[in-house]
Design a protein around this ligand. Structure first.
Ligand code: FNR
Length: 387
């Protein structure tokens, strides 16, 4: 199987699985506990049917929109994902470059293996930086100042990871960060020669934007979990979020919100957008699928903030459903990481181009020339039909 044989997310996933040693693939692919939320995030989209409206002029279809005050090539953001170096040696630079060249919004994680400045230089498109508040509060101030200097369009605060989720696949596989060629994982590393060769040739696994632990992860058997549990600040409250919004003074998203109450609070302290998310099913399991939260949240906050659906988005038709429910945009993580693992920058470019093509075609088939044309009339709710 090669990149040219990849046509959808599942194809890229299959190729990524072949390219990555098993512990690395499982870290990318997995979720918390029973992985119920992970499964349900995608399955929840099945609840709705799209209702096309025909005989509309769709001679030109425009996928562009505005998100967090910036012009974007599509109502879609590349979600922040830590440690992209794990999946390919071209890491975040490859993703930022591919997304930027297509005008797509890229969000860099605090846990990135590329600097704020290098990612900004690689991206010709809109960009956001995602913050985890560390116990070292000076670090947050420093990150905000660096984002301002590097020209980021927006900031995003992730609120659903004060402690690490229970990723049993990682515990079973003995996943460590930075990766080490352990006896337990030896067979898997040895049979993934290309990845292992690049591990030795070009390590670069440091979390270069955080100096809290000297930039490197702890040395315990569960490096990531240990890092989160020792470095992230569990005392963070709405007051801290409000202060951060004030300090930044620009477009600001809060990521990880799932209830209408929290959405209201976020708007009250000045958030410009809410990324409805359960961290791709990697934190608290059994939480609702983000797409299920859109309507109640829209009802709660009206038009006071943008809503971004993050989790389980795999196709253009998923974007249309999210928009018809009242969202302004979607975002996705694993899909572009599978593509990165499958083929570096070339893989990400291929995936994002296919995604844009799919979105444009789906809009046309729905009878819409523009993103703003999609509304509640384009949706039928099967659950409502049954009651
Ligand atoms: C993530 N996610 C994440 N979120 C965040 O705010 N900061 C981070 O550093 C990370 N890191 C991370 C690593 C990996 C490997 C994955 C898969 C995810 C969550 C991410 O931003 C997003 O919420 C989910 O990936 C969305 O779900 P899908 O699109 O993967 O189904």
């Amino acid at each position: 199987m090669s990149l040219s044989q990849c046509f959808n997310v599942e194809d890229f996933r299959r190729l990524a699985r072949r390219k990555l040693p098993r512990p690395i693939f499982d870290y990318l692919d997995g979720g918390a506990d029973d992985e119920w939320s992970l499964e349900n995030n995608a399955a929840a989209f099945r609840r709705w049917r799209l209702m096309p409206q025909y005989l509309r002029d769709i001679s030109t279809v425009d996928t562009q929109t505005t998100i967090l005050g910036a012009r974007a090539g599509a109502p879609a953001i590349l979600s922040p994902t830590g440690m992209s170096r794990l999946f390919h040696h071209e890491k975040e630079i490859a993703v930022a470059r591919a997304a930027g060249d297509l005008g797509l919004f890229y969000c860099l994680s605090t846990m990135a293996t590329t600097t704020i400045e290098d990612a900004a230089a690689a991206s010709a498109g809109p960009k956001m930086f995602q913050i985890y508040i560390h116990k070292d509060r000076g670090l947050t101030k420093e990150l905000v100042a660096r984002c301002r200097a590097a020209g980021y369009d927006a900031l995003c605060l992730t609120v659903d990871a004060a402690v690490a989720g229970n990723r049993e696949r990682d515990r079973r596989s003995g996943f460590v960060m930075p990766p080490r060629l352990t006896a337990a994982g030896f067979a898997s590393f040895a049979t993934h020669f290309e990845w292992t060769f690049n591990l030795l040739r070009d390590p670069g696994f440091d979390l270069v934007n955080v100096r809290a632990s000297g930039g490197a992860l702890g040395k315990g058997a569960t490096g990531v979990i240990e890092y989160i549990d020792t470095q992230f600040d569990r005392t963070v409250t709405w007051d801290d979020a409000a202060r951060l919004i004030e300090e930044w003074g620009g477009p600001f998203a809060i990521k990880g919100i799932q209830s209408a109450d929290d959405a209201r609070r976020a708007v009250d302290i000045g958030a410009s957008a809410i990324m409805i998310s359960n961290h791709g099913g990697r934190q608290l399991d059994s939480t609702p699928a983000p797409v299920e939260c859109v309507r109640p949240m829209r009802d709660a906050i009206g038009d006071r903030a943008e809503l971004i659906v993050d989790g389980g988005v795999r196709r253009g038709t998923h974007v249309l459903k999210a928009l018809a429910l009242g969202a302004d945009a979607v975002s996705f993580g694993r899909p572009y990481l599978y593509a990165l693992a499958a083929g570096g920058e070339r893989g990400v470019r291929r995936f994002l181009s296919l995604f844009l093509e799919d979105l444009e075609r789906s809009l046309a088939l729905l009878g819409c020339a523009r993103v703003a044309d999609v509304d509640a009339r384009h949706l039928r709710d099967l659950a409502a039909d049954e009651t």
